[in-house]
Design a protein around this ligand. Structure first.
Ligand SMILES: Nc1ncnc2c1ncn2[C@@H]1O[C@H](COP(=O)(O)OP(=O)(O)OP(=O)(O)O)[C@@H](O)[C@H]1O
Ligand SMILES: [Mg+2]
Length: 500
């Protein structure tokens, strides 16, 4: 092993009520991809935030090329050649892709920002990550996967010696992950030291060289990346996990959600399906197939041109979220930060968001009842927090996701639409969420689950619908289908589709 470019020794960091890091060592070597592994809340993001100047350690030190350095600001990190892609994106949604890519150091000509050069540079960077967007597009319009590729392009723009990526694959599909890995390998071979955080165990051997396992704020092991997955899980969770996808089919009842002929020009076309009580229906497809668009339209978050949505026998008025919620429909959106949470409110308030409306309409707010329900759900989901009054903003990524799901449990939704429900969730907590899905269907609830994670769709659905280019192109019984079956349908060319 060569000399590390960056070495962290004995890092400690506390927040009110929690010791986030409690003695962590890490060596990042040139030409190596170093994976950081640990449960939600183990301290991975906190660790990298200390290397990028976002947080200051309480104790410990950081060395670059053997010399101690003081990283006080993002600027310090940048000057030292440390580039970070955060788990929660750092892009400015209102600005264009090109403006984001040159943020803080735009090309100038005669003292003025040279827009032409800015767009040209952006185009080159986007070509390097092989993402097909017009640099003049506002970031807000990109969709989450392409935003991620822009983040990566931004890091490339800085010619980093150390590149830190916090769950870069969480929002990417298989083919996008492949592209990302090609890029990461290329940078690694150029001598960049890469730190890589992921909850997808199969990625570790594919991209990693070494793994540091964090548990409860401590680095508990450093092992080669080809260590067996079982062993990695044991190091990370402290116990083995026997069943990854514990789907327990329930008895099917009446259809609770019926969607008929739903269409919106340019997005989806003639989508019809139903989900029965006790059933988990999965929707698979490539990014851009229109799955999220359909989910949002069904929930009333977006409009549609024609078609019908019926929940528990009641036809919903289009584009009316409140009517949908009153009928017992819930949506866990893919973009938790933008749509699922009020970040500055506390956990208890977020968990009570949906119920609050009902409670006040009755003339008073039953805060105590709400707190009790919230406590129960926080417990059930094992949300790692100091208490219900902790601000959601300060929760780890995976624990924020649990709050979004928990909100609908508190509200007792009858039909729950989950859009990428386990994105950013650690292996242990995933199983807890799956158990919860089982409990929901056992009690006669219906679940519609969109997921780009093929093993998850195959392992947890009873029936799988596949979308391509805005249309439903096939249906598979989950028990018999394989990943190849799903993919074969997902790449279907839709003839004469009006949607795309
Ligand atoms: N600004 C903050 N204020 C209070 N607590 C914080 C803050 N930032 C992090 N924490 C706490 O520190 C602990 C570690 O969080 P961190 O985000 O580092 O976890 P993580 O390993 O990245 O988890 P995940 O896999 O869910 O992203 C958590 O208990 C979290 O709630
Ligand atoms: Mg994190």
């Amino acid at each position: 092993m060569s000399e590390p470019i960056l070495r962290a020794e004995g890092l400690r960091k506390g927040f009110p009520g929690v010791q986030a890091l409690d003695g962590v060592d890490l060596s990042l070597c040139p030409g190596e991809v170093h994976v950081l592994l640990g449960e939600n809340g183990a301290g991975k993001s906190t660790l990298i935030k200390m290397l990028s100047g976002a947080y200051r350690p309480d104790e410990g030190r950081v060395l670059m090329d053997g010399r101690q350095v003081d990283i006080r600001t993002a600027g310090d990190a940048q000057r030292l050649g440390i580039s970070t892609i955060y788990q929660e994106f750092n892009l400015v949604p209102e600005l264009s892709v090109a403006e984001n890519l040159s943020l803080g150091r735009p090309p100038r000509r005669f003292g003025l920002i040279d827009k032409g050069a800015m767009v040209r540079q952006a185009r080159e960077l986007l070509a390097r990550v092989e993402v097909d967007v017009d640099p003049r597009t506002p970031v807000a319009r990109l969709g989450i996967a392409r935003m991620q590729m822009v983040e990566i392009a931004k890091a490339l723009a800085l010619n980093a010696r150390v590149l830190i990526m916090d769950e870069p694959t969480a929002v990417l599909t298989t083919s996008e992950v492949d592209k990302l890995f090609v890029l990461v390998r290329q940078l690694r071979d150029e001598g960049v030291a890469v730190a890589f955080i992921t909850h997808h165990l199969e990625e570790i051997a594919a991209i990693g060289d070494r793994v540091t396992v964090l548990r409860d704020g401590r680095s508990v092991a450093e092992v080669p990346a080809d260590t067996a997955q079982d062993e990695l899980v044991r190091l990370m969770v402290g116990r083995p996990i026997d069943q990854q996808f514990p789907r327990r089919p329930a008895e099917l009842g009446e259809p609770l959600l019926k969607v008929t002929g739903l269409s919106r020009r340019g997005a989806f076309d003639d989508v019809s399906f139903e989900v029965r009580a006790g059933e988990v229906v999965g929707i698979s497809g490539l990014v851009g197939a229109g799955r999220t668009e359909v989910a949002r339209a069904v929930f009333g978050a977006d409009r549609y041109d024609s078609g019908e949505v019926t929940v528990r026998g009641r036809r919903l008025p289009p584009h009316d979220v409140h009517a949908a919620m009153e009928a017992g429909l819930g949506l866990v959106p893919e973009d938790r930060k933008g749509q699922g949470l009020v970040l500055t409110a506390d956990i208890g308030e977020n968990l009570g968001l949906v119920t609050l409306r009902d409670a006040t309409r009755a003339g008073f707010v039953d805060r105590k009842g709400q707190r009790t329900a919230a406590t129960k759900v926080a417990d059930q989901l094992a949300i790692r927090m100091t208490g219900l009054n902790q601000e959601v903003r300060t929760l780890s990524g995976g624990n924020q996701q649990k709050v979004v799901i928990g909100k609908w449990l508190v509200a007792d939704a009858h039909v729950l639409i989950l859009d990428e429900p386990t994105r950013g969730i650690d292996v242990g907590a995933k199983v807890e969420i799956y158990q919860l899905v089982n409990e929901l269907t056992d009690s006669g609830r219906a679940v519609l689950m969109i997921s780009s994670d093929l093993p998850e769709i195959l392992g947890m659905s009873d029936r799988i619908l596949v979308m391509a280019r805005g249309r439903l192109v096939g249906e598979l019984a989950a028990g018999e289908a394989t990943q190849d079956d799903v993919m074969a349908l997902a790449v279907t060319e839709v003839e004469g589709s009006r949607a795309r």
